[in-house]
Design a protein around this ligand. Structure first.
Ligand SMILES: [Mn+2]
Length: 484
């Protein structure tokens, strides 16, 4: 699976160095993390770790780690020890320029680092402890997330594995939140899969192959189907009525008076097989025979990761949990997600569900408008959400839309403008010829001579001035054939 065991040893060594530095820290450590599910789980694991080892910390979340944020953070707080999680590798130049009082900076990230990071390590006015699995040959886009990385760091500290074994579930939730379930039948791969194994051995997580519909216990089946976007189910997605009708038509509602009482979990294997078969028929309609039955089947069933001994229905399925965390973070309440993980699950569960409902609604509106406004530029598909797409929902909408598009190389989604800038989310499309989306993006931004961006091979994002949108697409068209 890996080039050599040396790669793993080098990563382990880098984690040990970080651990040593953490132990000698005597200042408050400011944890700065990203607002998505991976960022929230990563920060929660680190917060619990620092608590375990008795180090004072403050947890902060940030959506965009840019110059404005860093300047303000530096002047208001004057932090001496800062730990960046799920961000930082791509902004190391800014960090070293604007944290004037810092003595030590930790970065735990799996994004692609800026090209001259080692020079900055040497020249930064503070000690940089930078842990990124990409330095050791791992694919940070698909086989390890920040949450998994923070679990591995915790493992270095653990006297007994049982002290930190519970963190495995949050590692898995974060990895799923970052769509790293790219193995066979939507399984986690690489280092993530090693963590899954450890969680299974310790009865934290159970995995099985099942329908991938979210809400297996937490909502009526018809509602769960109506809220399914991956893939979009024609006539069902976005329509409670359509979903009810579908269930009745395929005979699963027969004899039931109360459709609100049937969940996916209530179906027996035979009923699930009928549901799967009929869903495949439905989905193949929308793809007009251009995708094989096997491929559609693989979109609908796969590995499901279930948290054992979890009494809250929405927290029992790791994918659903990660959606809940994304909802909290993207609606500006990441601390609610942290509370679900760290301490007051009972107190914050209901609040997280109302955030989830709002989030689901916004996403479904976003998808509806995206489908109406999709523009076909040949190999590039563009959705311009300038008048309706919230910056924080752009990446989710882009991910969903990219799963449901048949041809082309890249999907480009623009958000509403914020301070005369727009957020861009880029996604590779099915069968795309592009190798590295982030590299392509950086080249476009270089030629555009403005904007900031970063990301992974399959998904990347940027901010550019609003008036540069057309030029961005033009440059993308020009440069794309050169990097394929
Ligand atoms: Mn991440």
């Amino acid at each position: 699976m890996y080039e050599s065991i040396r790669d793993f040893l080098s990563l382990a060594r880098s984690l040990k160095t970080a651990a040593k530095h953490l132990m000698t820290s005597d200042d408050v450590i400011y944890i700065l993390s990203h607002i998505d599910a991976d960022g929230i789980t990563c920060a929660s694991i680190l917060a619990q770790l620092l608590y375990l080892i008795g180090k004072p910390f403050v947890l902060k979340f940030v959506n965009r780690l840019n110059m404005e944020f860093l300047k303000k953070f530096d002047s208001e707080i004057e932090p001496r020890e800062v730990m960046f999680c799920d961000l930082g590798s791509g902004q190391l130049d800014l960090i070293s320029n604007y944290l004037s009082k810092a003595r030590r900076v930790f970065i735990l990230d799996h994004h692609v680092p800026i090209h001259n990071y080692s020079k900055i390590h040497d020249e930064a006015p503070f000690k940089v402890i930078h842990v990124n699995p990409r330095f050791y040959g791992y694919n940070g886009g698909s086989e390890i997330s920040s949450s998994s990385l923070s679990y591995l760091l915790s493992r270095v500290f653990a006297g007994k594995i049982k002290d930190v074994i519970n963190f495995t579930k949050y590692a898995v939730i974060g990895a799923l939140g970052d769509n790293q379930d790219v193995g066979e039948k939507r399984s986690l791969i690489g280092l993530n899969s090693l963590i899954v194994n450890e969680a299974k051995q310790n009865e934290i997580i159970e995995e099985k192959i099942d329908l991938l519909i979210l809400g297996r216990k937490s909502k009526p089946l018809y509602q769960a189907l109506a809220e399914t976007y991956n893939p979009i189910l024609p006539g069902i997605t976005g329509s409670l009525e359509g979903a009810l009708k579908f269930i009745n038509n395929i005979g699963l509602g027969a004899g039931r008076l109360d459709m609100d009482s049937i969940t996916l979990d209530d179906l027996n294997e035979k009923q699930k097989a009928i549901l799967l078969e009929k869903l495949i028929e439905r989905v193949s309609l929308s793809f007009g025979g251009k995708i094989s039955v096997e491929e559609i089947k693989n979109m609908l069933i796969g590995y499901v990761y279930l948290l054992k001994n979890e009494d809250k229905p929405m927290l029992a399925d790791a994918r659903e949990f990660s959606t809940l965390l994304n909802a909290c973070g993207k609606l500006g309440q990441p601390q609610v997600g942290v509370a679900l993980i760290i301490s007051e699950k009972d107190k914050f569960y209901d609040q997280s569900i109302s955030l989830y409902k709002r989030y689901k609604y916004s996403i479904s509106e976003g998808i509806k408008k995206s489908r109406e406004s999709l523009k076909d530029h040949g190999r590039i598909k563009v959705i311009d959400g300038e008048s309706w797409l919230d910056e924080n929902l752009t990446s989710t909408v882009a991910s969903i839309m990219s799963q449901n598009l048949l041809n082309g190389d890249i999907l480009v989604v623009f958000s509403q403008k914020i301070n005369n800038h727009v957020k861009i989310s880029l996604r590779k499309l099915r069968g795309s010829g592009i190798n590295n989306l982030r590299e392509l993006l950086i080249r476009v931004l270089d030629e555009l001579k403005c904007g900031e961006g970063g990301g992974h091979e399959d998904a990347a994002g940027a901010y550019i001035p609003v008036e540069k949108k057309d030029e961005f697409i033009k440059l993308l068209k020009k440069i794309m054939p050169m990097v394929v």
